[in-house]
Design a protein around this ligand. Structure first.
Ligand code: PMP
Length: 302
C-alpha cells in the first residue's frame, strides 16, 4: 500500500496556525482546486537550513502577483513559520512545500473577492531519483506536450495549472520506461524537463535554453553563476533536438533534482564530460557554504 501524504503525523502550518497534519484540509468547493488558482514552491533543507529561502519566498510572491492575487503573509512571517515548522517536525534534511490558493467565496471563473489561503508542509526527502539511477545518469524521452508561449499563460509563475502538462508528460514517458520527459517549447526548441531546467556540454562550454516560456530556476541561476566564476563559458541560446546529437553531456538542475546527469535522450547516448562532475561538486560545496553561512549569521544574531 502506498503511504498517502494526507495520512501522516506531525503538523502543517495553515493560515498562520499549526494544525495536526491529518486536519490540514481544503473544502471541495475551493477555487484553487477547480480553476487551478494556486501557486507553490519547492524548497530543500540541508542540515537544518532552507537553501535560498528568501529567493523562493520572493518567487512565491511574484507567482501570486502574476495570478492576480497577493499572499496574505509577508516574507518575514513565512520565513519564521518555515523554521518553526522544521523545528516542530524535527527535520534536518528534507523538503518544504509552501502553497497559496483562492478559497470558496466565489465559485465561478471570476474570483475577485476570494480569500487567499496559505499552507506550508515539510517532510524528510532524501533524493528525487533513486541514488543508483542518479549516479548512472537518467534517461529522458520526448513528450508530445509543449511548453505554452508566454502570451498564452503566466509561464514564469510557479502556478499549479502549468503542471497539468508536466504530469501528462511524465506519465507519457514513464510508460516507455524513461525517468523523465524532455519538453519542447511551441517552436519545437528544447525547453526543460517536467520539474527542472536542462544544460548541455558542447565543446567544453555550457549551453542552456533561454527561459522565455518556462521558469528561470533558482538552481539554474546558481549553476550559471558557479560555472562563470570558474571561467566556464555559458551560452543561453536556442537549442534544437538536432543539437543534442553534438552534445558530450547534459544534466538537469532544480531544487528537487539538484544537479543530475543525463545518460541519454531517446536514442542519443551522451558519453559524459568531466565538467558535469566538477559542477556537481561545486554546487554541493556552494550549498554547504551558503547553509553554513546562514547558520553562522543566525547564531550571531541570537
Ligand atoms: N522548471 C520547472 C517546471 C520546475 O518545476 C522547477 C522546480 N521548481 C524548475 C524548472 C527548477 O526550478 P528551481 O531550480 O528553482 O527549483
Amino acid at each position: 500500500m502506498l503511504e498517502s501524504f494526507d495520512n501522516r503525523t506531525g503538523v502543517i502550518w495553515y493560515n498562520n496556525r499549526f494544525v495536526p497534519w491529518r486536519e490540514a484540509c481544503v473544502h471541495v468547493l475551493s477555487h484553487g482546486l477547480h480553476y487551478a488558482s494556486a501557486v507553490f514552491e519547492g524548497e530543500r533543507v540541508y542540515d537544518g537550513v532552507v537553501f535560498k529561502l528568501d529567493d523562493h519566498t520572493q518567487r512565491l510572491h511574484e507567482s501570486a502577483k502574476m495570478m492576480g492575487f497577493t499572499l496574505p503573509f509577508d516574507s518575514e512571517t513565512i520565513s519564521r513559520a518555515t523554521y518553526e515548522l522544521l523545528h516542530r517536525q524535527g527535520i534536518k534534511n528534507g523538503y518544504v512545500r509552501p502553497i497559496a490558493w483562492r478559497g470558496s467565496e466565489m465559485m465561478a471563473i471570476s474570483a475577485q473577492r476570494n480569500t487567499i489561503h496559505m499552507a506550508i508542509a515539510a517532510w524528510e526527502w532524501p533524493s528525487y531519483f533513486d541514488p543508483d539511477t542518479r549516479k548512472k545518469g537518467i534517461r529522458l524521452g520526448y513528450t508530445p506536450w509543449r511548453r505554452p508561449p508566454a502570451n498564452t499563460a503566466p509561464v514564469h509563475a510557479k502556478a499549479a495549472g502549468l503542471y497539468m502538462i508536466c504530469t501528462l508528460s511524465k506519465h507519457h514517458v514513464e510508460k516507455k520506461g524513461y525517468d523523465d520527459a524532455l519538453m519542447l517549447d511551441h517552436h519545437g526548441h528544447i525547453a526543460e524537463s517536467t520539474g527542472a531546467n536542462i544544460f548541455f556540454v558542447i565543446n567544453d562550454a555550457l549551453h542552456t535554453p533561454i527561459p522565455d516560456c518556462f521558469l528561470d530556476g533558482i538552481t539554474r541561476q546558481c549553476v550559471i553563476d558557479i560555472a562563470q566564476r570558474q571561467g566556464i563559458d555559458v551560452c543561453e541560446r536556442v537549442i534544437t533536438p538536432k543539437d543534442v546529437e553534438s552534445a558530450d553531456a547534459a544534466f538537469l538542475t532544480g531544487t528537487a533534482v539538484e544537479v543530475t546527469p543525463i545518460a541519454s535522450i531517446e536514442t542519443v547516448r551522451l558519453k559524459g564530460h568531466p565538467l558535469v562532475d566538477t559542477l556537481i561538486e561545486a554546487f554541493q560545496a556552494y550549498v554547504r557554504q551558503t547553509c553554513h553561512h546562514h547558520k553562522t549569521c543566525e547564531s550571531v544574531s541570537l
